[in-house]
Design a protein around this ligand. Sequence first.
Ligand SMILES: Cc1ncc(COP(=O)(O)O)c(C=O)c1O
Length: 433
Amino acid sequence: MTQDARTMPDESLLARRYRVLGRNSPLFYDKPLNLVRGEGVWVYDADGRRYLDAYNNVPHVGHCHPRVVAALTRQAALLNTHTRYLHEGIVAYAERLTAQFEPELSMAMFTCTGSEANELALRIVRDLSGGMGVIGTAHAYHGNTAAVIELGSVFTPPEKRGPHVRTVPVMDPYRDRAGRSDEELSTAYADDVKRAIDSFAAAGVKFAGLLFCTSFSSEGLPTLPPGFMSKALAHVHAAGGYFIADEVQSGFGRLGSHMWGYQKLGVVPDIVTLGKPMGNGHPLAGVIARRELVEGFTSRNMYFNTFAGNPVSAAVGMAVLDVLEEERLMDNALRVGRYTLERIARLADKYQVIGDVRGAGLFFAVELVKNRATKTPAPGEAKRLVNLMRDRGVLLSRIGPHDNILKIRPPMPFSTQDADLLVDTLDGVFRDL
Ligand SMILES: Cc1ncc(COP(=O)(O)O)c(C=O)c1O
């Protein structure tokens, strides 16, 4: 390794990182990992120790999938330009991608990140509605741009959200049910959306739309009562607004039963935003929307994004879809997901700290509580567990307004043997917690 003059000879990688990136640049785990290689559902650290990746959805079809790497290197060696030139690969990818959606969601716009996709979606709904008011949930993350972070209630306190942002309370059927039927609960949650819309009207802010992550991931992956989303959308559309479905975490078959999270919620959005899994680690993201939205917006606003949807990105995106299809990874998510969920749920018979286990496909939430009757969140236990799992070679994380929910979301080729290793390791860690 070449020694830069600014690097002290014996300085650790962590110390060097702190010096150039700062201590506030987030790192996972009390003992941060130095990962140097990945393959399938496995990652390897600099000492050659391997870890089961039960967390990352970016390497959707598996870390360093050879098919994706080959597509990337082949196109990178041939040509990389941008979308201002005609290119067969870009058009073919846009056709293939839009074919994954309902016929009315027929147009694609490319970005490099999920943040940019949500930023663009906000611009579109604001342009079309002529309003500025947008609604999210009270514990959401949709990206890091100036407009999008205003909706990022995980990090942005109410006083910094601006006059054109409203939030609805996090839907938490585990706590909110209070004897109510699905019908009553879904109506109550939809009424929260209506109240937020009404509060814009009362403040003289024109309503533009609603932005939800379709698995409500940051919110803690709640199992929502059926009918909620269609009731909420009826309010949104009646008020002249649009629904932006953020599929950055839920999309590309993650939930097993459907390609897109909004399909599981039983609605068709006006706009869909895509990111993380789309390029298996390559910066590829985008917006899918109805024709009249894209054409209306682009007739009044020029949109160009130098790196977005370039020929290399298009080749990568196409390879990801090929692998998803050929390796039947959505079916795998459904089958292995059911097996994993059942095995995790059985742990709740042994450990009182597990308050609730929920999920869909290969996306699981394990909610830790201090007391099952009071459902008091147990964030300390969750933090300790995530670190112990890392020490024992399995990567996961935590989510939720109280940071007490284990977030398990492995790459899609996760097998039943991988699930056994995950659950057996969890079992041991719960025992020692
Ligand atoms: C639901 C959701 N939307 C958007 C984003 C932003 O994506 P990116 O980090 O690619 O900008 C994230 C990132 O964590 C996300 O989880």
